[in-house]
Design a protein around this ligand. Structure first.
Ligand SMILES: O=C(O)CCC(=O)C(=O)O
Length: 260
């Protein structure tokens, strides 16, 4: 599925931006499905809704929903269908299986994400290789906090980290960082070791995006193990046990995120 230029870009940088890969119809569907999922209520034990505080209203604001694929048949068919799995298998060099899924909402006034690699958040699950497919729901702009990816930085090494797992000051600044001004219908694919960040949403409209993270099938299906542990360490607010310090317990699961 990848032409030689895309293959070379993937090999060198560990990420790709494929314009119009999904096309207009899927882009429209993603918008509709995002609205549907955003309207789902808080139900313990099912999808996981996370909030940030701040922004224009200084109030609780939807920031992320995770683990929705098992509850949305059409969305599951798109993201675990042959076109997406074929693309990711081409990148990884073998078939892949879904590890986790999330939507970041980044509503107006929503915070950015501190520079980080994703790999440290997944290491406890026995696999050091993950790729994320990121289809934007809204057009990414510099003003609304588009994703920013480093070039020439795909090595599987832990870059110097702060205690909270984000990259130490100066690490990202020393890299060649590209703002990805992707549009609905495009996809971005990136390896979990690639350093990335994004700014706050200064615009008056949401900057929503899906993130579907996969691992090589040969490494096994670790999705259930991941979500079981995440629910223990960093559950949504409405599943929390009073008195537990989830900021400390859930640190690994909240890496670089602006969530409570
Ligand atoms: O949505 C963004 O702007 C960046 C998200 C990100 O880096 C993450 O969720 O790990």
């Amino acid at each position: 599925m990848l032409d030689p230029a895309a293959q070379e870009h993937w090999q060198r940088h560990g990420w790709l931006w494929l314009r119009a890969f999904l096309g207009d119809e899927a882009a429209r569907d993603l918008g509709v499905w995002t609205d549907e999922i955003a309207a789902w209520p808080e139900v313990p034990g099912r999808w996981m809704r996370y909030y940030e505080r701040g922004g224009d209203a200084a109030a609780k604001m939807l920031a992320r929903i995770e683990n929705f694929v098992p509850y949305h048949e059409r969305l599951a068919a798109l993201f675990t269908g042959p076109r997406v799995l074929g693309l990711l298998a081409d990148c990884v060099g073998e078939p892949v299986v879904l590890f986790k899924d999330k939507i970041n909402f980044k509503l107006p006034g929503g915070a950015g994400f501190a520079p980080h690699q994703d790999a440290p958040a997944y290491v406890d699950f026995g696999i050091d290789h993950h790729v994320t497919l990121m289809p934007p729901v809204d057009a990414f702009t510099a003003d609304n906090g588009c994703l920013e990816l480093a070039r020439d930085a795909r090595a599987r090494v832990f870059l110097p980290q702060n205690p909270d797992g984000t990259l130490r000051a100066g690490v990202m600044d020393a890299l060649d960082v590209v703002p990805i001004l992707a549009r609905p219908g495009d996809v971005i694919v990136f390896d979990a070791w690639v350093p990335h960040r994004s700014g706050p949403n200064h615009s008056s409209a949401p900057r929503r995006s899906f993130y579907l993270t996969f691992n090589p099938s040969s490494a096994g299906d670790r999705r259930a193990a991941y979500y079981e542990r995440k629910r223990e360490c960093f559950p949504p607010e409405y599943e929390r046990v009073p008195g537990v310090d989830y900021a400390a317990r859930g640190r690994q699961f909240n890496l670089g995120n602006p969530f409570d």
